[in-house]
Design a protein around this ligand. Sequence first.
Ligand code: SF4
Length: 337
Amino acid sequence: MFRTIYILLRDTGRRPWEVRWLRTDCLDTDTGEYVLIWDNHKARRNRRRLEISRDTAFAIQAWLTIRKTLKVPARSRTFLFPAARHGYDACIDADTMARTLRRWVDGLPELLTDAADKHGQPLPFDRNRIFPYAFRHTYAQRHADAGTDLHTLRDLMDHKSADTTMGYFKVSIQRRRAAVEAMRTHVVDRYGQPRPTSSATAYEARSVAVPFGNCTEPSNVKAGGGQCPIRFQCSGCGFYRPDPSFLPAVEDHIRALKADRETARALDVAEFVVRNLTDQIDSFQNVVTSIRTQLAAMPDNERHHLEEAAAVLRKVRAAAPLPLLPVPTFPTRGDPS
Ligand code: SF4
């Protein structure tokens, strides 16, 4: 039973509790392929269907054959993995599952990584990194490394958003390069006019990501993005180069600017403050409209490809924090400063 649980965790990437709660009728076929029927309790989507390999299906069948010979408590009758202890859930409990996996992993005589030490000997794998939920990450990483496209992987993981899926794997250098290659021809300037970059190398070497787009100002590029000479007034700057991967950030910023403008009006500030906010909103809105128009005019497969590249670049940027903006703060009541 535990061997089958391990195989299911490893091969299907389902969450540990989704494996625990599998039913005895969880195996089906669809046009000659084996399918696992499982419940996504987290998203309240039941009877999901996931294509699985023959080996995974055979492991389930082998366990079902053994299971038939066992005396199973009545409350566990429909569960693939019946309760191992009296008085617990109807299916195998999470604690037993995790402890059994730990015992097995700790008992393996050798567990090595692909990396080598200075003598060329393979380094040991950190066994603490092996626990039931970790298999969901390795499932996603395996697919990403094999080149599964992001939207297919999102479906396999049963996520609503591709950005959630991105949290499950690291982006390889090749994938990042491919994303830059796709994105570089869709760069615009602060007016929303196309300003394609000549090559992927130029995109990476001659610009740096700042919060709402790339910046091509040489001294800021050299400083890694944290040394804007004009306090990140990107919407009015000739060095500003946004692209579709920055759309969510720009749209969030427009919402924040609108909220600031409302606050400013309520505070009865000088007209130039409101005007400045309005000009920024209009300028960022031009960028968004231009990029959205570009996207809408693309054939579906091309747009799909570009959205995937955008998600990859957002993931890369999330791993390297962007410079913090010098946000002015209003003094609180009673604050002498
Ligand atoms: S305002 Fe923006 S685009 Fe212009 S130099 Fe500063 S960070 Fe770069």
